[in-house]
Design a protein around this ligand. Sequence first.
Ligand code: ATP
Ligand code: MG
Length: 401
Amino acid sequence: MNYDRILIRYGEMSTKGRNRHAFVEKLGRNIRYALHDFSNIRIKSTRDRMYILLNGENGRDMVDRLKRVFGIQSFSPVIKTGKEIEEIKATALKLFKQVYQEGNSFKITTKRADKTFFMDTDEMNHTLGGHILQNVPNIKVNVKKPDINLQIEIRTEAAYLFCETIQGAGGLPAGSSGKAMLMLSGGIDSPVAGYLSLKRGLEVEGVHFFSPPFTSERAKQKVLDIAAKLSERNGHFRLHIVPFTEIQQLIHKQIPENYTMTATRRMMLRITDALREKQEALAIITGESLGQVASQTLESMYAINEVTNTPILRPLIMMDKPEIIKMAEEIDTFEISNRPFEDCCTIFVPPSPKTKPKREKVIRYESFFDFAPYIQKAVEQTETILIKPETQLSNEFEELF
Ligand code: ATP
Ligand code: MG
């Protein structure tokens, strides 16, 4: 007796009223993306759940991938049966015998979405529990902490049986909240900001500032590897690589040293905003965390933010570094970020950047030189690459199937 489908529970998005249809469609597409090489599966969605019909494909290999898809609250491998009580009993016993190991305790949990079903949940629990007790020697019931919780859902069209509920990634389906540009360095913070943005349903494109020969190919490779990690979350990741050397050198020539950092950030923001407009995105995401470094004080943000009124999303703004590191470890980007190659900002950082820069001053310093053509040139020479994930499967959940 094999599971014939995977039941997907939506969680938060099922409360989204009129937008539900779009949400379900995005989720279905993202699941299909994640499972693209299982050619026989079919995905069916209803108002409040989705089913992946396995059609002979091995569901075990899908578990790890499904755990990464945002918008899934939880999922269970299930068997569908008719609603005849004898059929339910037989299926329940077969499934039970498959997951049962010597000494396991169990309980039955029935849920009745179909209120017209002829037995209530207590009667169902007793009937099915009795059937298991009669047919499996030495088995014991344990209602509080069973080893096996055999669950039956009676719905209008059929009954569904399952023993396992696997936690999903939560959040909203990637792409269902619109598009934003992530300023992606090779550091620890911005990949985490990207992850949280994807989780909240944004479609994310990365923008990376690269300053050869001051930053090495290996520094760029770090960012490509991080982008590949993020791409696992929605099937692909578009990364824009901006040549930034010329502007950084100009800043160093034209701007007083203690304001170079502020001016650099403003140039980065201007370029990112131009790319955002080109890509028809509506916001910019950064990995900034309040007070972490000189460029992330309130005064700095006030001086830097002045160049655009595009919303800047800062998912980490109130998080402490240890919390961010923990999350980076969980999403598997920490080890990549920790590789010791210099970022364009670290290299040009002055010995004492202003922690409280003044807007008027940076505006005045920038006014002595026309940066606009260089900004435009950087935008034009930006290289865009589409990154696909290197998905790896594990057999962590083998016992389920
Ligand atoms: P991160 O770990 O993300 O690099 P950080 O703590 O090193 O952050 P900063 O270097 O001050 O902080 O950068 C703040 C934010 O500016 C980063 O989170 C990122 O969003 C953006 N940023 C910094 N450097 C670059 C870069 N080379 N390319 C694109 N964005 C950058
Ligand atoms: Mg950095």
